[in-house]
Design a protein around this ligand. Structure first.
Ligand SMILES: NC(=O)C1=CN([C@@H]2O[C@H](COP(=O)(O)OP(=O)(O)OC[C@H]3O[C@@H](n4cnc5c(N)ncnc54)[C@H](O)[C@@H]3O)[C@@H](O)[C@H]2O)[C@@H](O)CC1
Ligand SMILES: [K+]
Length: 511
């Protein structure tokens, strides 16, 4: 289902609101939620430990802070003790500061005869597996001592860690590390999925993410407005135009890609090749004359028009469906005039690479906007468009993509780990992709794919959602094929994208 509750992404504040609603509107006791969280974590821990240690016994240490996150940890420790597991709580927070449900959980844990050791400087973290219940959504600002040292020491054990709700030190809203953060093998998150688990450093630190709704009734969610979701590709199944038996090429659009300035032919070639494999009826490339031979040799199906004079472009764009501009565009006078012609055409436009850089140095171009635009910046390009540093973009990717979309009145895709798509105030996160994608050409393939989808009749919002997912998902398939992240070539994605589109088309028809 599109944007179902289980796909929704929340900020820490929104989850606090959900907790509050569950407790005060639905009358579920806070301690009941804590027990459920502890039980869900313990179930997961046992599953993992069965995989990791088989029938062998193992030693568990549960690291607890002094808030409700610690409360969940005390429950896990008590349950482990009941099952005869060798378990110990390391109390990093002062138990004297515990209150409310966390204090109740602590007392219950004590009643199970769990050994509770206060953290000391020379204490050794000796377990086979750890539960991180130090800091959850209540983290404010950079992690302070003693927590920071404990987290560093925990990470240096390289032993498996299951994080409770969120790896301690990771910002639940943005996915940035607040000073230092736990690197978990797995994270189990409660009631609502936290945004920060899925983007930026979150992608690196959470390990496998599991979600437990703690049996909170659906009603609780309806009163908390939200605009962010995990991207669900199934919502796009019906967007692809059907291939009827009597179809002709004109039915599937004509995409034009403009770019390939002097000695920059590779990017436009990759973009065009990707478009060719994504179902568009016709693909044309407008480029410098010197690129024509290479492009035609590589892809004879593409119509290549050599053009040193951008004044010819308006005539070439008559009757076309969509445009991609940016890959290999450069920033010369020719490049700028090409961009002006593209903007003036009124065709839906995918703007990437130097198309974005030119827009950043000349923001008044926005005043000439006549059509839907889809911007596909990486953090560096986004920074130029918004006049900030790329670090600032990364520190708040959700806010950045929203600002890009609203400032440029466009659909925006902010690339990078946990790519974000923003259209009409809605943010979707593509929970696919891998570090092997950090190589040249990947963005060019994406822009060609997006252009091909728009030319086939998808809106910029639909194309951004489906295309971003297809691109990263195909990269994951490629990693499976080649066995790792090294040496992925952007062009290798192209046949996998085609395969996946075809699979989706079959699924949309036959279920
Ligand atoms: N009823 C509820 O509210 C539920 C809460 N749950 C758990 O409760 C957590 C949230 O609990 P809390 O709001 O008590 O917060 P936390 O337990 O996440 O953290 C609060 C504690 O962290 C300390 N702290 C904050 N910033 C710090 C920093 N920068 N450096 C060092 N220490 C810092 C505070 O002094 C406080 O002691 C969730 O993440 C989840 O694990 C779950 O039990 C489910 C139900
Ligand atoms: K935690």
């Amino acid at each position: 289902m599109a944007n179902s509750l289980s796909h929704t992404l929340y900020t820490a504040e929104q989850v606090r609101q959900l907790d509050y609603n569950a407790i005060h509107q639905q009358g579920i006791a806070g301690y009941t939620l804590m027990e459920r969280a502890g039980k869900a974590t313990f179930r997961l821990l046992r599953q993992y430990c069965e995989q990791w240690f088989g029938k062998e016994s193992f030693h568990l240490q549960v690291l607890c802070g002094s808030g409700n996150n610690a409360g969940d940890g005390f429950i896990v420790a008590g349950l482990a003790k009941q099952k005869g597991i060798e378990v110990e709580v390391i109390a990093v927070g002062d138990p004297g500061k515990l209150k409310g449900d966390a204090l109740t959980a602590y007392q219950w844990c004590q009643a199970q005869s769990v050994s509770i050791t206060p953290w000391q400087e020379n204490l050794q973290l000796t377990a086979d597996v750890f539960v991180d219940a130090l800091l959850g959504t209540g983290l404010k600002g950079p992690v302070r001592e003693t927590y920071a040292s404990v987290i560093e020491q925990l990470n240096s054990t390289y032993k498996p860690v299951i994080a409770v709700d969120i790896p301690s030190g990771l910002c639940a809203d943005t996915g940035t590390v607040l000073g230092v953060a736990v690197k978990a093998r797995s994270t189990i998150t409660f009631i609502g999925r936290k945004r920060g688990l899925y983007t930026h450093h979150g992608c690196e630190l959470t390990g496998e993410v599991h979600f437990a709704d703690l049996a909170v009734p659906e009603l609780v969610y309806h009163t908390t407005p939200c605009n962010s979701y995990l991207l669900d590709p199934s919502r796009y199944l019906t967007c692809l135009p059907e291939r009827y038996k009597n179809s002709h090429k004109g039915a599937f659009g004509h995409l034009v890609l403009i770019g390939g300035d002097h000695s920059m032919g590779g990017a436009i070639t990759m973009a065009a090749e990707a478009a060719l494999h994504a179902g568009v009826g016709l693909v044309s490339v407008v480029t410098r004359p010197e690129q024509v031979g290479g492009l035609q040799a590589r892809c004879p199906e593409i119509m290549v028009i050599g053009c040193d004079n951008p004044g010819q472009i308006p005539r070439l764009l008559i009757g076309k469906s969509a445009l991609v501009i940016g890959p290999g565009l450069g920033q010369s006078r020719w490049s700028r005039e090409c961009l002006l012609a593209a903007i003036d055409s009124g065709l839906p436009l995918v703007l990437d690479a130097d198309g974005l850089n030119l827009l950043a140095v000349e923001p008044t171009l926005l005043e000439q906007k006549k059509s839907d635009w889809l911007l596909t910046p990486h953090p560096g390009e986004a920074a130029r468009l918004l006049g900030v540093s790329s670090q600032q973009i990364q520190q708040n990717r959700f806010a950045s993509v929203e600002q890009l979309a609203s400032q440029y009145q466009s659909t925006a895709v902010l690339k990078g780990a946990g790519s974000l798509v923003c259209a009409k105030g809605l943010i979707q996160l593509a929970n696919v992709g891998n570090p092997g994608m950090a190589v040249g050409g990947m963005g060019d393939v994406l822009s060609g794919l997006l252009g091909a989808l728009i030319a086939q009749g998808l809106s910029t919002a639909e194309a951004a959602g489906l295309g971003t997912w297809l691109h990263s998902y195909s990269a994951d398939q490629l990693v499976k094929l080649v066995g790792g992240y090294f040496g992925l070539r952007a062009t290798e994605l192209i046949p996998l994208i085609r395969k996946q589109i075809n699979q989706m088309a079959v699924k949309s028809k036959y279920g």
